[in-house]
Design a protein around this ligand. Structure first.
Ligand code: GLP
Length: 251
C-alpha cells in the first residue's frame, strides 16, 4: 500500500487526479472505475482542467460507477448519473460510461448485467474509491461480505444522514441502493482511495490499520496488491506513527 498525505483536501484531490491522469496517459488504464460523493468533486475538476488544457484525453476510456440509489431515474438531479454528468461527463467526454440503473424493473438482473458488462470490458483497470464515515466503500455497509458482488443493499442510518444534504427540498435519501460488491471492487487491478476531512479520520485508521473485519468494509482493501491512498492531514490524523511518519509514503 502507498500512502500520500497532503496538506489540504484540495491538494489530496489534485494529487489523486494527477496520479490517475498519468496512468491514463501511460496506457495502463482503459477501464476506469468512478466514485461519487463530495470528496472526489475536486478530483473531477482537476481531470476536467487537464482535458480542457489538452493534457488529457478520456475519449478512449470506458467507465463504471460504483453505485446508484434504488428508485432514482438517470435524469433525477439527486442521482449519481446526474452527479457524474455535472462533474465529469458533460465536460470531458468518455468512450462509454456504464452506471447501474436505479429504476431498473428487476434490480437483481440489473446487478448481474453490470457484472457481465464489467467482465466484457475486460475488468476494471483502476477503481477510484471514497470512504464513508462508517468505513463503507461504494455502498457496501458494515457486515457486507468481502467477496460480495454487485447487488441491491439497504443503506444504514448513518449513511443516509451523511447524504441527506444531497437531497434538498424535503426529499429523503432512498433506503436502498445498487452497489458493486467488495469482491467486485477488489478485482480491479489498481485501487485509488481518496479520503479527506476530519470526519474520515477514524474510518481511515480502521481501514488501513485496524483488523480486517466485516465491521469496517474498507479494511478489505488491505488484501489488495495495488492500493494507493491519498489523504489530507485531517483524514490522516488518526493514523498510527508507522503509517503517518514517512514523508509521504508508508507500507
Ligand atoms: C457515498 C458513496 C461512496 C462515497 C461515500 C463518501 O455515499 N456511495 O462511494 O465514497 O459515500 O462520500 P463523501 O465523499 O460525500 O463523504
Amino acid at each position: 500500500m502507498k500512502l500520500h498525505i497532503l496538506p489540504t483536501a484540495q491538494d489530496a484531490a489534485k494529487a489523486a487526479a494527477d496520479h490517475i491522469a498519468v496512468k491514463v496517459k501511460g496506457g495502463s488504464v482503459r477501464v476506469l472505475g468512478l466514485a461519487t460523493g463530495r470528496t472526489p468533486i475536486a478530483l473531477y475538476q482537476r481531470l476536467v482542467d487537464h482535458v480542457a488544457g489538452g493534457k488529457l484525453d478520456l475519449r478512449m476510456i470506458e467507465s463504471f460507477n460504483l453505485d446508484e440509489y434504488v428508485g432514482l431515474r438517470a435524469e433525477d438531479p439527486c442521482s449519481f448519473h446526474a452527479y457524474m454528468q455535472q462533474h465529469l461527463f458533460s465536460h470531458a467526454p468518455l468512450k462509454h460510461s456504464y452506471l447501474l440503473e436505479g429504476d431498473a424493473e428487476d434490480p437483481f438482473a440489473e446487478c448481474d448485467r453490470y457484472e457481465r458488462e464489467i467482465r466484457d470490458a475486460g475488468g476494471i483497470d483502476l477503481q477510484l474509491l471514497g470512504i464513508g464515515q462508517n468505513g463503507h466503500i461504494g455502498f457496501n455497509e458494515p457486515e457486507s461480505a468481502h467477496d460480495s458482488r454487485t447487488r441491491p443493499v439497504t443503506l444504514n442510518a448513518m449513511t443516509r444522514a451523511a447524504n441527506q444534504p444531497d437531497f434538498p427540498g424535503g426529499r429523503t435519501v432512498p433506503e436502498q441502493a445498487l452497489t458493486m460488491g467488495i469482491g467486485t471492487i477488489l478485482e480491479a487491478r489498481v485501487l485509488v482511495l481518496l479520503a479527506t476531512g476530519a470526519a474520515k479520520a477514524q474510518a481511515l485508521n480502521a481501514a488501513l490499520q485496524g483488523a480486517v473485519s466485516l465491521e469496517c468494509p474498507a479494511s478489505a482493501l488491505q488484501a489488495h496488491a495495488d492500493l494507493t491512498v491519498f489523504a489530507d492531514t485531517e483524514a490522516a490524523s488518526r493514523l498510527g506513527p508507522a503509517l503517518a511518519a514517512g514523508p509521504q509514503q508508508g507500507a
